[in-house]
Design a protein around this ligand. Sequence first.
Ligand code: BV8
Ligand code: ZN
Length: 253
Amino acid sequence: MLRDTGEERLKEGVVIKKEAAKVKERLEGARNIAVLTGAGVSAESGVPTFRGEGGLWKNFRAEELATPEAFKKDPALVWEFYDFRRQTLSRIRPNPAHYALARLSERFENFTVITQNVDGLHTLAGSKTVLELHGNIWRVRCLECGGVSENRVVPINTPPRCNCGGLLRPDVVWFGEALPEETFQKALRAAEKCEIMLVVGTSGVVQPAMSLAVAAKSNGAFLVEINPDPGLLSHIMDVVIPAGAGKTLPELL
Ligand code: BV8
Ligand code: ZN
């Protein structure tokens, strides 16, 4: 990694401005925008990404704990993991990336934020149309009666129980679980209809979320990736801005 000299920062700034100008030009005449975000859009709020450093907890990877099998085997351990993340999140605010998307959305007829994140930060920053493909860490669901409720208690005494006595689980989509059908269909329609899709802060690893970028592309959308590191889908992008979302998205305003 090159030393991050002022020279490097200056060069990065020039690249962001040049590429952002191209995107702004495209945004001018557009009516339908879709934004597909991942953990990277919350990175500058201090939320550790899944596959970056800090993505580990007690030497477990998220993929090992974010599964129905892990919960069945040891609900208390999985709840300790989610409680840890909720405690971190309870001290965290949206960052300029979230706020820029909320403000940008006011300029378009249709502006849909499709997020893989479960942190609720897009909604907190004021985004109106947010499709949470993987659920929300602040909601819980009862394994017995299926009741879903908002639960912002931190720390939570693990594993929490429903009034009916049933075990409560985080209302998020675990690996191996189907995404909420209605939400995914809405996301697919937004992806197929958009003239421009911004793909922000995702490594492009997780399916079927990332198939939405391919759906947008195959319907003629102009694809823009905002991410300091290239991801699995960088090769289908029309523009790649190799920088952080918190710096780049306000440039598009
Ligand atoms: C399903 C909720 C079937 C939980 C999450 C093999 C090949 C392909 C697919 C599979 C396979 N084996 C299994 C699968 C399927 C699996 C999958 O995709 N696995 C991956 C790991 C290979 N998918 C599933 O299991 C899905 N379900 O397929 O079900 C089915 C169908 C019908 C009926 C029954 C069953 C469910 C997937 C949902 C899993 N749940 N989250 C929780 O959060 O606890 S996914 C989890 O990963 C998070 O939601 C996260 O958002 C998401 C994706 O990761 P990223 O967001 O991309 O984060 P990552 O750390 O990877 O990258 C961060 C990026 O940010 C980096 O690129 C970095 O450069 C960038 N960045 C850093 N800083 C910044 C930045 N960018 C901008 N600015 C910055 N400042
Ligand atoms: Zn219940």
